[in-house]
Ligand binder design. Structure first.
Ligand code: C2E
Ligand code: CA
Ligand code: CA
Ligand code: CA
Length: 275
């Protein structure tokens, strides 16, 4: 029995060791990728539901590594938050996205994700202002998406940052709405422009009456608070029709398009932009 126990411990030791080695390797690769500017912005269309017209794109980070293949953002963003590399990655992506988008139709916006960690960065707002100035991208065409986690940490700090960003003319969206804790209390205290309803409510809304009620409630609540709404994770025509019936202003999801590189956006824009 003792022998078995020791074996088990060393098995777990090995598994843990393996996991740590993997993380250390990924961190080193990420450092190299940042140096070579290999992390790219992809763009996913955001569509006005009533007329199915393109209004803008969400910017999503993509990292293709020669040997590791495509590393999903859920993996490297979280690691980058822990190692402090998130700022470097973020500013590279924002700069590239602004440079791409400044050539597009001036009515098109880009929505950029910020991590909770970045909200503690004292020069967050000046940093964004500098990138906008340097790239010549107008603040009015930029939206920042933040999650409730960023706010819950320190609501006064969040308020301050949101005010600074809005002062520049940037719009603020509350991302993944419905998955956090604070919801209504947070909402009413902070000056958001938009809510993004999490895909966990949206994707199956046409088959699930409970979810349909929640989504309807969120849309009407947002309306009464003068907030715009984007439904995320629209995958089927049924879902889109249901959201149209609920007068949801904006939508995003695989039904329209997946996130795509800049070249494909240029193609899309040259072929017309209604779904
Ligand atoms: P998110 O901000 O909630 O982004 C939406 C995610 O849903 C994206 O995953 C997108 O590809 C995916 N998605 C879009 N339409 C559909 C659909 O119809 N069905 C389904 N099942 N999924 C859909 P992605 O690109 O893998 O990103 C995952 C998360 O990683 C993001 O969630 C965001 O939290 C984070 N992330 C991505 N890029 C960045 C970045 O540049 N900075 C920061 N801080 N976080 C980022
Ligand atoms: Ca987002
Ligand atoms: Ca989201
Ligand atoms: Ca998410």
């Amino acid at each position: 029995a003792k022998k078995e126990g020791r074996g088990r411990i060393s098995y777990f030791d090995d598994a843990l060791g393996e996991r740590l080695r993997e993380l250390a390797e990924l961190e080193a690769e990420l450092t190299a990728a940042i140096e070579r500017e290999e992390i790219e912005p992809y763009f996913q269309p955001i569509v006005q539901i009533a007329d199915r017209k393109l209004v803008g794109f969400e910017v999503l980070a993509r990292w293709h590594h020669d040997r590791l293949g495509n590393v999903p953002p859920d993996r490297f963003i979280q690691l980058a938050e822990e190692t402090g590399q998130i700022a470097a990655i973020s500013w590279q992506i924002l700069r590239k996205a602004c440079i791409a988008a400044r050539d597009w139709d001036p009515s098109l916006t880009i929505a950029f994700n910020l991590s909770a960690k970045q909200f503690r960065d004292a020069d967050l707002s000046p940093r964004i202002e500098a990138i906008l100035r340097e790239t010549g991208f107008p603040a009015e065409r930029l939206e920042i998406e933040i999650t409730e986690t960023a706010i819950i940490d320190d609501i006064d700090r969040a308020h301050e940052v949101i005010d600074q960003l809005r002062w520049q003319g940037i719009q603020i969206s509350l991302d993944d709405f419905g998955t956090g804790f604070s919801s209504l209390a947070t909402l009413s205290r902070l000056p958001f422009d938009r809510l993004k309803i999490d895909s966990s409510f949206v994707t199956t809304v046409s088959q699930d009456r409970q979810k349909a009620k929640i989504v309807a409630g969120i849309i009407s609540l947002a309306g009464s608070l003068d907030l715009s709404v984007t439904a995320e994770g629209i995958e089927t025509e049924d879902t889109l029709e249901m959201l149209a019936g609920l007068q949801c202003p904006l939508g995003q999801g695989y039904l329209f398009d997946r996130p795509m590189p800049r070249d494909k956006v240029d193609d899309l824009l040259s072929h017309g932009v209604t779904w």
